[in-house]
Design a protein around this ligand. Structure first.
Ligand code: AR6
Length: 202
């Protein structure tokens, strides 16, 4: 279990759900930049050079080396280091987390493509973490701030992606903990509702 800066609330606002293949899903309220996990996932944009929201907080907490590491990520086309739905990894520098997995969620539109891209951003983040041999990964509510994704819909897509990822992982997978570290009780409630809805049915 990661300490994510939500100490006062941690005893109440934390739930744990077992996924398959020895992976546990944790949901809590806290500050992602304070999480002592192998990797935190940053809700970045395609340029990967920082921004507002959690991206701004991650860059401030990690220090200027993170900006330099992001700038060194090759562009796949002009101005795009990480296309929407994909992920890239850098060190965490001054963060308690060893790595930052930068993913880009979709700007919300009420269509199937948004849902597919939000799923892809979770799956590619988890895939990258496993390829790096990481055991614990903490996500924010990707796309639920500036990118406008409705929280209840996003929570179902995010949790279902983790369940499906867990189902597909072989016994050799190092991943043991997938966390969602959420910034408010409303968002936390949505994630818990999604997990209660989805985990026991799968
Ligand atoms: N810890 C946990 N969650 C946080 C934190 C934190 N320290 N700070 C904010 N959140 P957003 P997006 C929550 O807007 O919607 C940036 O400019 C926040 O309350 O950060 O994917 C990027 O550069 C919300 O629930 O990400 C992109 O341009 C969630 O994190 C764009 O915003 C995500 O909100 C990405 O927008």
């Amino acid at each position: 279990m990661a300490d994510c800066g939500g100490k006062a609330a941690a005893s109440i606002l934390r739930r744990s759900f077992p996924l398959s293949n020895r992976i546990s899903l944790q949901i809590s309220v806290g500050d992602l930049t304070k999480c002592s996990v192998d990797a935190i996932v940053n809700a970045a944009n395609e340029r990967m050079l920082g921004g507002g929201g959690v991206d701004g907080a991650v860059h401030r907490a990690a220090g200027p080396q993170l900006y330099e590491a992001c700038r060194a990520v090759p562009e796949v086309r002009p101005g795009v280091r990480c296309p929407t739905g994909e992920a890239r990894i850098t060190p965490g520098f001054k963060l308690p987390a060893r790595y930052v997995v930068h993913t880009v969620g979709p700007i919300y539109k009420n269509d199937n493509e948004s849902a597919a891209l939000l799923r892809a951003s979770h799956l590619s983040s988890l895939d990258l973490a496993v390829k790096q041999g990481l055991t614990s990964v903490a996500f924010p509510a990707v796309s639920c701030g500036i990118y406008g994704y409705p929280v209840s819909r996003a929570s179902h897509i995010a949790v279902k992606s983790c369940i499906d990822f867990g189902d597909e992982q072989g016994l050799n997978s190092p991943l043991r903990n997938i966390e969602f570290v959420l910034f408010s009780q409303d968002i936390y409630n949505a994630w818990v509702a999604a997990a209660e809805d989805l985990v026991h049915r799968s």
